[in-house]
Design a protein around this ligand. Structure first.
Ligand SMILES: C[S@@+](CC[C@H](N)C(=O)[O-])C[C@H]1O[C@@H](n2cnc3c(N)ncnc32)[C@H](O)[C@@H]1O
Length: 264
């Protein structure tokens, strides 16, 4: 069944909003009662959902640092979310002060917050666009102003591809971005799965009335999203493990994460 949902049109406090639900899990202040109620319902099925959200956010920081240390100086962050601490430009610019970042989100609420936070920040642009329309993002004048597609790029998709249905074909969306990226570019992805937590399947229903559906995927399907990229060590692993000293893989993985490099 197709479940294409349009981008949120404005601020609607009565519809659970996936950016604000995430903000609630991250202990932010930019959420309404409907968002909190939906997030709490998810918590009844996946009690560690807030911990998993925080772990994904920490992976974002580790992955961006890894890319910056690998020499990446420009980033596109798809599905930026409501600003919290340690946003992509803050992490990247700690390593490389001249790092450039284009933030992309389709939610007007996110955009208002991002623009307010970033108004005095150089080398950063905020683009309102739907990642299901890669062409718009790639051709957008603000993207073109900051990103040089002849230079390696870090593409960040943390906590967002599970809002894209199979009908909307996340692999082909990624392929379009990959084709625009020069060899030596990287992609960082985190993605929910119900492989080890079948109860999470039922959480999908909670998103029926939300701004986006929730589409957890098998580990194998998530691995296919890296087609055309070589996974860097330690591969596609539990989000809590990637980039840490943890060697043992947890058996209850809810969120997988990986970083891939486009080969020459
Ligand atoms: C769970 S938050 C993740 C935020 C951030 N990447 C992080 O890891 O902290 C997902 C974000 O993706 C955005 N989003 C969902 N579907 C999108 C789409 N089709 N195009 C652009 N943004 C989208 C939502 O508005 C939300 O801000």
């Amino acid at each position: 069944m197709s479940d294409h949902r349009a981008a949120p049109a404005g601020v609607d406090p009565t519809t659970p909003n996936v950016a604000r639900m995430y903000d609630f899990w991250l202990e932010g202040k930019d959420n309404f009662a409907a968002d909190r109620a939906a997030a709490e319902k998810v918590n009844t099925l996946v009690p560690d959902a807030p911990l998993q959200a925080r772990a994904a956010r920490q992976f974002l920081g580790r992955a961006v640092r890894f890319l910056a240390e690998a020499g990446i100086r420009q980033f596109i962050d798809l599905g930026t979310g409501l600003p919290t601490q340690w946003n992509v430009h803050q992490v990247a610019q700690q390593v490389t002060p001249e790092a450039r970042v284009v933030y992309v989100d389709y939610d007007p609420v996110v955009l208002v917050h991002a623009r307010a936070m970033l108004q005095d920040t150089e080398q950063v642009e905020v683009v309102q666009a739907d990642l299901r329309d890669p062409e718009k993002i790639l051709q957008h004048p603000d993207t073109r102003a900051l990103i040089d597609f002849d230079e390696p790029l870090g593409l960040i998709l943390v906590g967002v591809l599970y809002f894209i249905t199979d009908d909307e074909d996340p692999a082909s969306i990624l392929a379009r971005f990959r084709d625009a990226m020069t060899p030596g570019s990287y992609v960082a992805i985190s993605h929910t799965s119900t492989d080890n937590r079948p109860a999470g399947e039922r959480a999908k229903e909670i998103y029926n009335d939300a701004t986006a559906p929730h589409v957890p995927r098998t580990r194998a399907a998530i691995a296919r999203l890296f087609d055309g990229f070589d996974l860097v060590e330690p591969g596609l692993v539990d989000v809590r493990v990637w980039g840490t000293d943890m060697v043992e893989q947890p058996k209850d993985t809810v969120v997988y994460a990986g970083v891939g490099r486009k080969p020459a």
